[in-house]
Design a binder for this molecule. Structure first.
Ligand SMILES: [Zn+2]
Length: 215
C-alpha cells in the first residue's frame, strides 16, 4: 500500500497521460519517465504495439491507381500497401493502482520476426494501433499540476499563453488569463492604431499650414 501523496501523484500521472497537453509532449514524457523511475516499479513484462498506416498514394493496394501507370508497383510504399509499418516495444510499469507503458525501442517487422523465432521475447500483449485512453476530463488540470511541480519554467511560460478549455478549474483559470491577455493585446493594438492615425492627421495639417504661410 503506497502513501496517500504517492496515490495522488499516480492519479495525476494517469490522467495527464490520457492526453499530454500542448505545453510540450516531449517534456511531458520526460516528467513521466522521472516519476516512474522514482516511484514506479518495472513489472518485468512488456507489450508490443503495432503501428500501421495505409499508403494514400495507392490506397493500400501496392500498385498505382493512375491510368498512365496502371499495374506499376507503388514506389511510396514499395508495393506493400503500407506507408508506415513498425512495432514498438513497450515496457510495463506499475505505479499506484495504474499501469503505464514506456516506449523502449522501435522495431522493424523483420527484426521482430527474428526475435520471435529465436524465442528471445514473449510479449504479454500485442496492441494494435495507438492506445486509446478513455477519460480525458481531468487531463489538462493534471498536466498543468505536473508541469508546475516538475517543470515550473515551462509551466509559467505556458500559463495564460495557451487555452486549455473550460471543463476543469485550473484549465478554466489558465484559459481566462489567456483570453484576458488576448483582450488587452487587442485593446493595445487599437489604441496604437488610433494614435498613429491622429499623428498622421496632425502632420498633414502642419504641412498645409506651412503652405498657407504668406511669407
Ligand atoms: Zn503505395
Amino acid at each position: 500500500m503506497i502513501n496517500p501523496k504517492k496515490q495522488i501523484l499516480a492519479w495525476l500521472l494517469h490522467n495527464a497521460n490520457t492526453n499530454p497537453t500542448s505545453i510540450g509532449r516531449d517534456e511531458f514524457y520526460k516528467i513521466k519517465d522521472t516519476i516512474l523511475q522514482r516511484h514506479g516499479a518495472h513489472r518485468g513484462v512488456y507489450d508490443f504495439q503495432h503501428i500501421q498506416k495505409s499508403c494514400w498514394t495507392c490506397n493500400g493496394t501496392g500498385v498505382y491507381p493512375y491510368p498512365s501507370a496502371q499495374g506499376q508497383v507503388c514506389l511510396r510504399c514499395h508495393g506493400t500497401g503500407w506507408y508506415t509499418d513498425f512495432w514498438v516495444r513497450l515496457d510495463v510499469w506499475e505505479f499506484g493502482k495504474y499501469e503505464f507503458h514506456k516506449p523502449v525501442s522501435r522495431l522493424h517487422w523483420v527484426t521482430l520476426a527474428r526475435l520471435y523465432t529465436n524465442e528471445k521475447i514473449s510479449p504479454r500483449n500485442i496492441i494494435d494501433d495507438y492506445i486509446a485512453h478513455e477519460s480525458r476530463k481531468w487531463s489538462a488540470d493534471c498536466n498543468l499540476i505536473l508541469f508546475f511541480l516538475y517543470a515550473p519554467k515551462l509551466f509559467w511560460r505556458a500559463f495564460g499563453r495557451v487555452g486549455f478549455g473550460r471543463k476543469t478549474p485550473i484549465a478554466f483559470l489558465c484559459t481566462c488569463v489567456f483570453e484576458l491577455r488576448l483582450f488587452f493585446q487587442r485593446v493595445r493594438g487599437m489604441v496604437h492604431g488610433i494614435k498613429k492615425r491622429m499623428f498622421k492627421k496632425q502632420s498633414e495639417n502642419t504641412e498645409i499650414d506651412d503652405i498657407d504661410i504668406p511669407f
